[in-house]
Write a protein that binds this ligand. Structure first.
Ligand code: ZN
Ligand code: ZN
Length: 169
């Protein structure tokens, strides 16, 4: 089991989580949506986490091939600005967790970076903070795109509970 902590204050941000070997496939976000729910089913199930090896979230840069655009980030939608279709140039190795497994995270003041239709779309940068104020995570929870909480790989750190046990012996 792994717990993720705030790099600034050391507070535990998640419950104990089990690593997944890879990010689960979410083949059809519309089909995966529970009846009546505004968000898709969460990409990772409760009490687990997956490392996203691809760039994720803000900032976004123009795509090379504007004639054959790809989604702006894994499991996300096509996104366009006045510069054309864009793709994420955000951090690699963000940690995807179920949003309910980090219950103490809070929206930023004035809902900064939380623009969206039914929830934050997660494309503006970190939008969830540790109670100490550090911007540690980005929640994507709009009615289109995935339902994921991404922990920042620098502003959080992992601690393996089993590693602590063996180190103590
Ligand atoms: Zn903190
Ligand atoms: Zn909506």
């Amino acid at each position: 089991m792994t717990v993720f902590y705030c790099s600034r204050c050391g507070k535990a941000l998640t419950t104990g989580l089990t690593a997944l070997a890879s990010v689960p496939d979410v083949p059809d976000l519309d089909g995966a949506r529970p009846k009546g729910a505004r968000q898709a089913t969460a990409t990772v199930p409760r009490r687990s986490y997956a490392i996203d090896r691809e760039p994720w979230g803000a900032p976004f840069v123009p795509q090379q091939d504007q004639d054959n655009p790809v989604p702006a980030f894994p499991r996300g939608p096509l996104m366009a600005t006045e510069e054309g279709f864009v793709v994420s140039a955000g951090p690699r190795d963000t940690v995807i967790v179920h949003p309910d497994d980090a219950p103490d995270l809070q929206p930023l003041p004035q809902w900064e970076n939380s623009t969206g239709c039914c929830g934050p779309n997660g494309t503006e940068g970190p939008n969830r903070a540790c109670p100490c104020g550090a911007h540690v995570a980005t929640l994507a929870a709009d009615c289109f795109g995935p339902y994921e909480l991404h922990l920042d790989p620098v502003r959080t750190y992992a601690f393996d509970e089993e590693g602590r046990d063996s180190a103590a012996q």
